[in-house]
Ligand binder design. Sequence first.
Ligand SMILES: NC(=O)c1ccc[n+]([C@@H]2O[C@H](COP(=O)([O-])OP(=O)(O)OC[C@H]3O[C@@H](n4cnc5c(N)ncnc54)[C@H](O)[C@@H]3O)[C@@H](O)[C@H]2O)c1
Length: 459
Amino acid sequence: MKFKKNILCIGAGYVGGPTMAVIAAKCPDCKVTVVDINAERIRAWGTDQLPIFEPGLLAVVREARGRNLFFSTDIAAGIREADIIFVSVNTPTKTFGHGAGMASDLQYWEKTAHEIVAHSDRAKIIVEKSTLPVRTAEAMERILQENKKGIPFEVISNPEFLAEGSAVRDLLEPDRVLIGSRQTETGLRAAREIVDIFASWVAAERIITTNLWSAELSKLVANAFLAQRISSINAVSALCEKTGADVGEISFAVGSDSRIGRRFLNASIGFGGSCFKKDILNLVYISRSYGLNEVADYWEAVVRMNEYQQERFVQTIIREMFHTVVGKKIAMLGFAFKADTGDTRESPGIHVARKLLEEQAVLAITDPQALDNARRDLAGLAGAVEFEPDPYRAAADAQALAVVTEWEAFKKLDYEKIFASMRKPAFVFDGRNILDHRKLFEIGFNVFPLGKPSLTHFA
Ligand SMILES: NC(=O)c1ccc[n+]([C@@H]2O[C@H](COP(=O)([O-])OP(=O)(O)OC[C@H]3O[C@@H](n4cnc5c(N)ncnc54)[C@H](O)[C@@H]3O)[C@@H](O)[C@H]2O)c1
């Protein structure tokens, strides 16, 4: 079969895989190939045990796989064949040298630019899907223009706004699709080609076109704003615990103002995931590199507040369990950085587990999707930790439950049965405020929600 266009995506991760599956499903006249250097990941995309968990993803992949969606490790062949190349490789925070702990590590991204040059023999559109520092497209253009073959490349920025856990829905019904290009004739023409892909299923008014730098910077700013809302309500949760105010009531009252809105105003042990922290730190780094120290300090505080909130959760557990958790079994309900994903990158659970193990607690971690990742995250740490798929077994003989992830399944557990199997006094530390605190108290638990008065049976 002859396809209208050949689309390649370099990087078969949390973004590349789902994004390309949806494009393939919605554009059956395009051939979509996803390549990766990670052969194991590519192999898994070809099976029904996908390498990532995402509700609804398997159905979309199955619809298109083998028809116009292909997964491969042959990056060179993919590049040669492609008209449009999406680059969706990882751009983690640099861990070494200048800018360590702040700047983006662009080595994976730059490698793909060189590979594109090496294997191209005709014009192509290169689409930045990865989240990149503003003005990265300029560097991409320079590498591509050094190609000595006179091949014209056009670089487009199309940052991805999907959230893990709702990736398929976000891709099928995006709030907006953002496409940035050079404002030249060829740049605008390339942007139109990318618009045409998304226009197959996204309404025209939701497709925003901008200049390249606005598109690149919008992604960092969007994540910084989202994370800022979480840090703002978390800062207030600490104040609530001192004053007797209830952070849930405050979220409702404040969020009812339509200028503010309800979303992302749930107090929690803090945000995690591979993006928020790294993207804010990148924004901080960029601001500082332009000498804008006040701007950098402002955004850095969002990350500091998040670390404070995670630490505060651990300190509450230790303080309320009579200042020692040595030898006490604590069941951690959840380890993923949020519900509906198995992803644990930057999960607050990592910090909580590490700290509790340092305090010589005995941990039983349960999570519907994240236990394999949890095992990897905690490998090599000294201390007693067990990974238990069954929440009832995790809770048996424990002295406390610590809710780390807001899985729906945790709301539906039989807490009478759990209470009966636990050591007394039994504690619940609800780091997501998802449980029925009054009911737990009535069962006999000593309950410590976040940003709300505690409910205890102690005199
Ligand atoms: N995860 C999210 O929720 C999310 C949302 C929006 C944007 N983003 C951004 O998207 C980008 C990708 O994120 P992700 O979560 O999918 O990362 P990921 O680590 O899951 O996937 C990246 C993939 O790229 C592959 N890769 C790296 N170098 C390669 C190369 N030279 N050739 C071929 N493959 C290569 C890796 O093997 C990996 O499988 C990042 O810039 C991230 O900031 C992520």
